[in-house]
Design a protein around this ligand. Structure first.
Ligand SMILES: CC(C)(COP(=O)(O)OP(=O)(O)OC[C@H]1O[C@@H](n2cnc3c(N)ncnc32)[C@H](O)[C@@H]1OP(=O)(O)O)[C@@H](O)C(=O)NCCC(=O)NCCS
Length: 102
């Protein structure tokens, strides 16, 4: 379920999306879910605009903070988040031990 779902539209086509899922949130925290922009529309600040629209939504609804998690090698979204003022918290490493037949 979503609290808010913003879509960028160009000439009737959906070209970008940013979502705010309701799972795991509190009355203080609005989470950011997936953000995506069609490849041919990238680097036109569509993602940034969609995410800033989310900030407006959070302010309008009285949230005290916003939170999100991103894959550590996704330079695009990390750059956008830092540009918006998000601050990194300590990271967790995801370990896997593969159990073979031996
Ligand atoms: C990540 C993504 C949403 C960015 O969308 P976008 O509309 O191209 O981003 P913007 O144009 O708003 O970028 C704003 C700024 O962020 C930075 N940025 C964006 N993409 C970047 C990239 N690939 N590498 C480095 N910096 C990047 C730049 O500073 C950019 O400003 P500039 O173009 O003036 O230099 C898009 O690349 C995408 O859909 N990727 C696949 C889905 C994904 O990984 N989503 C994020 C996880 S949910």
């Amino acid at each position: 379920m979503w609290w808010a779902y913003f879509v960028a539209v160009h000439n009737g086509a959906y070209v970008g999306v940013a979502s705010h899922p309701s799972f795991g949130d509190t009355s203080e925290t609005l989470r950011l879910g997936q953000t995506g922009v069609r490849r041919t529309y990238r680097r036109r600040t569509i993602a940034l605009a969609l995410k800033l629209r989310g900030v407006m939504y959070a302010r309008e609804h009285g949230y005290a903070q916003m939170r999100t998690v991103n894959e550590s090698s996704n330079h695009g979204i990390l750059a956008i988040n830092e540009r918006m003022g998000f601050r990194k918290r300590p990271a967790w490493a995801d370990f896997v031990l593969t159990l073979g037949a031996e």
